[in-house]
Design a protein around this ligand. Sequence first.
Ligand SMILES: [Zn+2]
Length: 188
Amino acid sequence: MNSNRTEILLRERKAVFVNRDGTLIDNEGKICISKKEDVTLNESIIMGLKKLYDLGYMIIVITNQSAVAKKLITETQMNEVNKYINEILSIRGLKITHFYCCIHHPSIKSCVCRKPSPYFVNKAIEAFKINRCKSWYIGTENKDKICAETAEIKFIKIKSNGNIDSALNQIINSNPESDYYNLNEETF
Ligand SMILES: [Zn+2]
């Protein structure tokens, strides 16, 4: 980690929360991502996240992986995929601080962590001492929006497998002390 980033990180403690499938990685045409061969990074998002990472944002993934509950993949496979994502991101000079994965599905077993529950966002905020007001949530679905709203994190909606370029400047130029508000790609 470069020392400038370390300094910023310790001072600011800000994070960008992202969805995994359809945001960080391309999931088009796939029911679930079961192995590393299935992983294709969404390049335009990666470039944007790298900019935010260099500005000291932690990148934290919040993902529903009900394929585990449905026995389409094992938890080990899911963890292997997450590990692989971080391996290929490290080549690009960024890292996911943590993957928070809900491995449940309400048809099998109810849980407290499945999005739109803000459970994992709140857990991350506590674990990494993140400043809510300085943090953002980038997601594709309404459940991401509700999750962000409930956790009082500023939300940016992007198109599935789309990019975050239009939102980057808003994040970079935002007043971190401003009140909680929503952003939608239509506003850019
Ligand atoms: Zn869960």
